[in-house]
Design a protein around this ligand. Structure first.
Ligand code: HEC
Length: 207
């Protein structure tokens, strides 16, 4: 496929194949974020690409435990918090159980972001604290620190944020499919994940 494109490019006598690089022709909407947030978003993006690669590798190797883990804690809602808890030494199974418990109570990361209380991380933290044991509360507070630990999502325009939700929802479907050991559902939800990446990239760029 790649060879055929190269042949076409050479036959056409042009040097650049694929999307035009001229800014004037760029149809994507520019999102103007504070420099630190833009930096955080880019770092998160690189991590998403690594997570996507790990998911595909795990699927190819038939390693459903890793596939579930990657989808559940690296590509889903709250990945900053889950990662911090893992780094803090909380076992993966506990992190996943905590995530499910909060989601079932309707107070997990992402639940608030979908409402008009988005952009108020302290509300989310309070709601989460209400549903955690004292030990968990102390731990979450310690890893979150003074209001940190939240992703760049709250700085994004609502439509863009919704495209981020689509990615995280697709990741939850992938984790569920891995748990169920359902190959067709795994491929379907992996395709949902990559479509979510692609859709947002087609519409937005940073300044
Ligand atoms: C909610 C929107 C959105 C979603 C969803 C999204 N991205 Fe991005 N991504 C962006 C934007 C905006 C940029 C910056 C593009 C630019 O300025 O040209 C970006 C940039 C990137 C970059 C370049 C990072 C750098 O260092 O410059 C990578 C890699 C990337 N995304 C991978 C992914 C992958 C993989 C997925 C899916 C698993 C994904 N993205 C999902 C919005 C998104």
């Amino acid at each position: 496929m790649r060879r055929r494109m190269l042949v076409l490019v050479m036959a056409g006598g042009v040097l650049v194949a694929g999307p035009s690089l001229a800014a004037d022709d760029d149809p994507r909407q520019v999102v103007d974020l504070p420099p630190k947030v833009a930096e955080q978003l880019r770092a998160e993006m690189r991590d998403h690409l690594a997570g996507l690669d790990d998911a595909v590798q795990a699927l190819a190797a038939g390693d459903l435990v890793t596939l579930e883990e990657v989808a559940e804690v690296r590509l889903s809602f709250g990945h900053h918090l889950w990662q911090r808890l893992l780094d803090d030494g909380m076992p993966l199974a506990e992190v996943i159980a905590l995530k499910h418990r909060l989601a079932e109570a309707g107070v997990g990361p992402g639940s608030l972001a979908r409402t008009d209380q988005a952009g108020q991380p302290e509300v989310l933290q309070q709601r989460m604290r209400d549903h955690l044991s004292e030990a968990e509360r102390a731990r979450v507070a310690r890893v979150i620190g003074g209001g940190q630990g939240m992703g760049p999502g709250r700085h994004l325009p609502a439509e863009m944020r919704a495209m981020g939700f689509a990615l995280h929802d697709a990741a939850d479907n992938l984790a569920e499919a891995a748990r169920a050991g359902d190959p067709a559902a795994m491929l379907d939800s992996l395709a949902e994940v990559t479509t979510a990446c692609r859709s947002c990239h087609a519409v937005y760029r940073l300044k």
